[in-house]
Ligand binder design. Structure first.
Ligand code: HEC
Ligand code: HEC
Length: 288
């Protein structure tokens, strides 16, 4: 209860409450503050009416506008999906060589391919296609099974040494295990392979290995070890190895080849995705 008594020091009215001679000043809330406070109450009531607000035993009050976060998401997803369909239709209609010539399609393919690659391929081929022992590097311009867009597409779609009819096949004889060559011959031909890739090697043994190579190896790996994509025989005349360089590792491969395999991805991924992957992988190493 406001009184008419004024405080002598501040010149303000007091509330009339008094404790041990101390009187309480009457300091009302600023008017603007009170109006804002009322306005928020009015606003909240409007909000309850229009938007979903109060929980009930069976659900919640839906509000006049029938808005829901999930409804918003559904609309948004439909818009994205429609946009994607337009893209996919354009993408599916284009050939691999058209795609790399069209900046937009190329960007679309690489963005999609990169994501799928990280999930499905990186566990074997390393992130960005860096490669690992037995899993070829995809980020260089050497290709075991060919580096054109079509070659890469074929390899990804049907895989390597698996049960799919279209799979890449190609096996190297087990020169040691099947006793085609003895240990000394294997050593000599390994020396020759090292010399092809210009590593340090025993010149005399390499010379002896040259004839053995021509007789046993060149039909697949080429006369100078340049490799043959049709047979999946890697080039041996450079420092890029599927397994390992160095005489011992090469001798081990000659004695008992490992024959890695890769699944046919067309059995697991759709055609659009395989296309995106082919373009992405081709872009990594510059392809051929
Ligand atoms: C289970 C392991 C594994 C996975 C997963 C895998 N690959 Fe491979 N990939 C291989 C092996 C092994 C080879 C080589 C086999 C050989 O020639 O000896 C290979 C070869 C390739 C080649 C041929 C390289 C060349 O030099 O010709 C391409 C291209 C390729 N993979 C792409 C992919 C893509 C794209 C994916 C993901 C969709 C993938 N790989 C997933 C194991 C794998
Ligand atoms: C019938 C075809 C064929 C013949 C013959 C052949 N190779 Fe191979 N070679 C291959 C294939 C296919 C691979 C990949 C095999 C694998 O993944 O194990 C390979 C892989 C290799 C590699 C591993 C290359 C790397 O990058 O790590 C070496 C080394 C090699 N061969 C050496 C030889 C030598 C030496 C001979 C002859 C004594 C020979 N090969 C005969 C088909 C052949």
């Amino acid at each position: 209860m406001a009184t008419t008594e004024k405080d002598a020091v501040t010149g303000r009215y007091t509330t009339g409450h008094e404790w041990d001679g101390i009187k309480e000043l009457n300091t009302p809330l600023p008017r603007w503050w009170v109006y804002v406070f009322y306005a928020t109450i009015v606003w909240s009531i409007g909000y309850w009416v229009v938007y979903p607000a109060w929980p009930s035993l069976t659900g919640y009050t839906k509000g006049l506008w029938n808005w829901s976060a999930r409804g918003d998401l559904v609309t948004e997803m439909a818009t994205v999906q429609a946009g994607k369909q337009v893209w996919n239709a354009r993408f599916d209609g284009a050939s691999l060589s058209d795609i790399v010539k069209d900046r937009e399609l190329l960007t679309y393919a690489i963005a999609g391919g990169r994501t799928v690659f990280a999930e499905n391929c990186a566990p074997c081929h390393g992130s960005g296609g860096a490669g690992a022992f037995g899993y070829p590097t995809l980020a260089d311009d050497e290709w075991i099974w060919g580096g054109t867009l079509d070659d890469i597409h074929q390899t990804i779609a049907y895989g390597v040494r698996n049960a799919n009819e279209e799979s890449r096949q190609g096996e190297m004889p087990r020169f040691g295990t099947d006793q085609i060559l003895d240990a000394q011959q294997i050593g000599a031909v390994a020396d020759y392979v090292v010399s092809l890739s210009k590593g340090a090697s025993d010149a005399a043994a390499a010379k002896a290995g040259e004839t053995l190579f021509a007789e046993n190896c060149s039909s697949c790996h080429g006369e100078r070890g340049e490799g043959m994509a049709a047979l999946g025989a890697p080039a041996l005349d450079n420092a890029i190895w599927l397994y390992k360089g160095g005489k011992d590792a090469i001798a081990a491969q000659i004695a008992n080849p490992r024959h890695g395999s890769m699944p046919a991805w067309s059995e697991r991924l759709d055609a659009t995705t395989i296309k995106q992957l082919a373009v992405y992988v081709h872009s990594l190493g510059g392809g051929k």
